[in-house]
Design a protein around this ligand. Structure first.
Ligand SMILES: C[S@@+](CC[C@H](N)C(=O)[O-])C[C@H]1O[C@@H](n2cnc3c(N)ncnc32)[C@H](O)[C@@H]1O
Length: 204
């Protein structure tokens, strides 16, 4: 059996804590692949909030959502993910199942428009605030472009500084791939009291 590539692993980690009716966030919608994945996970009764700073990305995401027939359950925000807290309804604060970040630049788009350490870390802080206990913040990081290593370092430092009573942080990466393989960071908020029953039954 092959190990999950990073993007598949990102979906597995996020998907494992998402249930029909949940709220999820795509912090960087880009071409919409992750948004469609999240929309399918939360089902018809759920809601996904998607953020991107590029109209081109939001157009591509809208097209992909329409093609998948899941656009009605997604709200797209044409703004940076650093504004996540105030862009989400108050009622959803503390109740979000998962937030997914796929950092870097838009594939096929302007490579100068990239996620940045300060705004990414600000958005990660906000994300951990809005997820429910047991919810996850999943971050895919790319190191091959200008600023990528700096962003990955800032994100790692943020995660390493988290109180282990508040959240668990996991790094998933291939250590023998050539060039600059992407990395995955998963942060899970501690506590499962608000978590819906798992597929294996209720939490014990
Ligand atoms: C690697 S792409 C995302 C890929 C996407 N998740 C997908 O499934 O296709 C990174 C995206 O982050 C966006 N971005 C850059 N800075 C941002 C910010 N501050 N807030 C939200 N999105 C941002 C870029 O415009 C770009 O579309």
């Amino acid at each position: 059996m092959d190990l999950d590539p990073i993007l598949d692993a990102a979906h597995s980690f996020a998907g494992a804590v998402l249930f029909p009716g949940d709220v999820a966030v795509d912090a960087t919608t880009g071409n919409g692949h992750d948004t469609v994945f999240l929309a399918k996970q939360v089902g018809e009764s759920g809601r996904v909030y998607g953020f991107d700073v590029q109209p081109e990305a939001l157009r591509a995401t809208t097209q992909r959502l329409d093609a998948a027939g899941v656009a009605a359950r997604v709200t797209l925000r044409s703004t940076g993910h650093e504004h996540l807290r105030r862009c989400l309804p108050k009622a959803d604060h503390g109740d979000v199942g998962a937030v997914v970040f796929n950092c870097g630049y838009l594939p096929g788009g302007d490579q100068e428009i990239v996620t940045r350490p300060e705004t990414t870390v600000a958005a990660l802080r906000a994300s951990l605030d809005v997820v429910r206990p047991g919810g996850r913040v999943v971050v895919v990081l790319y190191l091959g472009h200008d600023g990528g290593e700096e962003e990955a370092r800032a994100v790692r430092e943020w995660a390493r500084g988290l109180d282990q009573e508040r959240a668990q942080a996991l790094s998933y990466r291939f250590v023998n791939q050539i060039h600059h393989p992407p990395r995955l960071l998963v942060v899970e908020k501690c506590g499962i009291e608000n978590r819906p029953p798992t597929r294996d039954g209720p939490p014990t």
